[in-house]
Ligand binder design. Structure first.
Ligand code: PHE
Length: 342
């Protein structure tokens, strides 16, 4: 009987030395320790063993079983370590510079332009702020010097929610809370999505993006406003663009202006994007009304400031020569995936 135990031990010892994979280890385990394996077969011979040798026999088979288990475990650890090393080596062989042949995603034109504007203003010392799309009457109107029943409210067809709140119609809705948060002096831009309940055409959408900017300090004047607008637009378009300033009325600025840019799609000749006028309203702006500074907790005797509300959607259309504003919200991947970034 002892002979059988030791020959089993020997043949297992030879086989376990040669295993090269976890599958082979598993095969060995089944062959030796499985229900129909060699060790079970040996154990089943216990009944043929004379009584006085039964104990010793049982012990030696059990010991063999434990030895086999131990060696299987060792082999398993050894192979696992080898496989890990093989994986590391193959990762090192991986050439990250090889061209990919899979389709990559693309950024939305609005995202691309928004990032560009953010970078330009950051470099001029502005912070970039965030503001929620749902706001209230105070932030969107009252704090901007637009009291109830003021005719200026009609200019913005507002979506009201059943809670009494509303979807912000312009990014100016964030002015008050940002003034309260930081006080003066202050340089901030806040891009955001705006909503207006109006009929859509090639240049009007119910949902569009603006970037609001405010700069408040001692002695800020209209020339600061013009300087920042010009710098920003020439950076964005990479060339001198033709602009014009017209008087514009907004209750929260005094004086207020409309900054128009000559249509880059038709070069000023007239097309549907510019309603055949050759010009596009791009950036209403002006000097912040003293009341608005006061509501924002800023001393209007000491500080002045300018504000602008850049039409980001318009800007993206100009930059990428998108003729119809509705393309931007269409989810038309064929159209949108052309803009992979510059
Ligand atoms: N919030 C105004 C609008 O969307 C634009 C604006 C912003 C005008 C800042 C002046 C100053 O109509």
């Amino acid at each position: 009987m002892d002979d059988k135990t030791s020959s089993l031990r020997q043949s297992f010892g030879e086989l376990i030395e040669k295993v090269k994979s976890s599958d082979e280890i598993e095969q060995l385990r089944v062959e030796f320790l499985g229900k129909k394996g060699h060790v079970s077969a040996l154990m089943s011979q216990l009944k043929t063993v004379p009584n006085e040798q039964k104990k010793a026999f049982g012990q030696s088979v059990n010991q063999l079983k434990q030895e086999i288990e131990g060696q299987l475990k060792e082999a398993h650890d050894r192979i696992a370590a080898l496989e890990e090393q093989r994986l590391i080596n193959s990762a090192e062989d991986y050439d990250v510079t090889l061209p990919m042949d899979i389709d990559t995603g693309s950024y939305h034109p609005i995202t691309l332009v928004m990032r560009e504007i953010e970078e330009i203003f950051r470099s001029m010392g502005f912070t970039v702020e965030d503001f929620s799309e749902i706001t209230d009457d105070y932030n969107c109107f009252e704090a901007l010097n637009i009291p109830k029943h003021h005719p200026a409210r009609d200019m913005q067809d507002t979506y009201y929610l059943s809670s009494g709140q509303l979807l912000k119609t312009h990014t100016s809705a964030a002015q008050n809370s940002i003034m309260k948060k930081y006080g003066a002096p202050l340089r901030a831009i806040f891009p955001g999505r705006c909503f207006r309940n109006e009929s859509t055409d090639a240049c009007h959408e119910t949902t569009f993006f603006q970037v609001e900017g405010i700069m408040i300090d001692e002695d800020i004047s209209i020339s600061n406003l013009i300087y920042f607008m010009k710098t920003m637009l020439s950076e964005v378009f990479g060339k001198d663009v033709t602009v014009r300033l017209r008087p514009g009325f907004f209750p929260f600025v005094e004086p207020g202006f409309e900054l128009d840019i000559q249509c880059l799609i038709c070069g000023g000749e007239g097309c549907p994007s510019c309603k055949n006028s050759g010009w596009l309203e791009l950036c209403p702006c002006g000097m912040i009304h003293p009341n608005v500074l006061k509501y924002g907790g800023i001393d209007s005797e000491k500080y002045t400031g300018f504000a602008f509300g850049l039409g980001l959607t318009r800007l993206a259309m100009m930059q990428y020569e998108i003729k119809d504003i509705r393309t931007l919200n269409s989810g038309n991947l064929k159209a949108l995936s052309q803009f992979k970034g510059k």
